[in-house]
Design a protein around this ligand. Structure first.
Ligand code: PGA
Length: 250
């Protein structure tokens, strides 16, 4: 059976408002063609661009995600954006626990869990990012690191109807390095077993992220337990994004 596939574009801070609007206007037809069959396209622009991207991409019937949200429902948290505002604008997905947020903004496992709860209360599906750094990878500690990052997440995840877990080795993000396919096979099989054990009633899509390009997309998506790709740098260039989606949904 052909599996349903996610293609999530994480634009980070690489697409300012005017560029995001231009990108959507120019490529809405192309996006419509890619969003076919079992493909689920999700674009994650910055907060300010969300509303425009949602409007401009409406004809393509794709989903829009946020890159972050507050762990609090409301209150005196200057500069934060709550999950309800994201819902009100039409956001359907939200990235949480991205390694850049963990490393640069101190996002803890507790905050990740709170964000998942806040998103769930507003019907937004979390894209929960996990991953080890290069030192941990070389020491053979990947599964222990992932287990630690998921320890607090699983009890909450188990109560949700749907969620996505994105495995993104930190050493693969933006570096051009990707893990060996056999290694990914093993990690994703292990992740699937963890999900089946600890959140058996939740539909969890397992996503790979880290230096996805048109050259490796097909090989990556063919890893048995991988349900989709989280694409950073390459998603800014529509031609590359289109190639990735086309090659990986053959
Ligand atoms: P990359 O980023 O594709 O540029 O490596 C992926 C990510 O950080 O989500």
């Amino acid at each position: 059976m052909k599996k349903s596939r996610f293609f999530i574009a994480n634009w980070k801070m690489g697409m300012p408002l005017a560029s995001a609007q231009e990108w959507c206007k120019r490529h809405v037809g192309g996006l419509t063609a890619l969003q076919k069959g079992d493909n689920n396209l999700v674009l994650c622009p910055n907060f300010v661009a969300l509303q425009s991207v949602i409007e401009l991409c409406k004809p393509a019937a794709i989903n829009i995600g946020a890159q972050n949200c507050s762990q609090h429902a409301q209150g005196a948290y200057t500069g934060e954006v709550d999950a309800q505002s994201l819902k009100d604008v039409g956001v359907r997905y939200c990235i949480v626990g991205h390694s850049e947020r963990r490393a640069l903004f101190g996002e803890t496992d507790e905050a990740v869990v709170n964000k998942i709860v806040a998103l769930e209360a507003n019907g937004i599906k979390p894209i929960i990012c996990i991953g080890e750094d290069s030192k941990q990878y070389h020491a053979g500690h990947t599964k222990a690191v992932l287990e630690g990052q998921l320890r607090l997440v699983f009890p909450v995840l188990a109560t949700l109807p749907r969620a996505l877990i994105a495995y993104e080795p930190i050493w693969a993000i933006g570096t051009g390095d990707t893990p060996d396919i056999n290694y990914l096979d093993d990690i994703f099989l292990w992740l699937r077993e963890q999900v089946m054990m600890k959140a058996p009633d939740t539909i969890v899509s397992l996503i790979y992220g880290g230096s996805v390009t048109p050259d490796n997309a097909e090989e990556l998506i063919n890893v048995q337990q991988i349900d989709g790709l989280l694409i950073g740098g390459a998603s800014l260039d529509f031609q590359k994004f289109e190639k990735i989606v086309s090659l990986a949904s053959r």
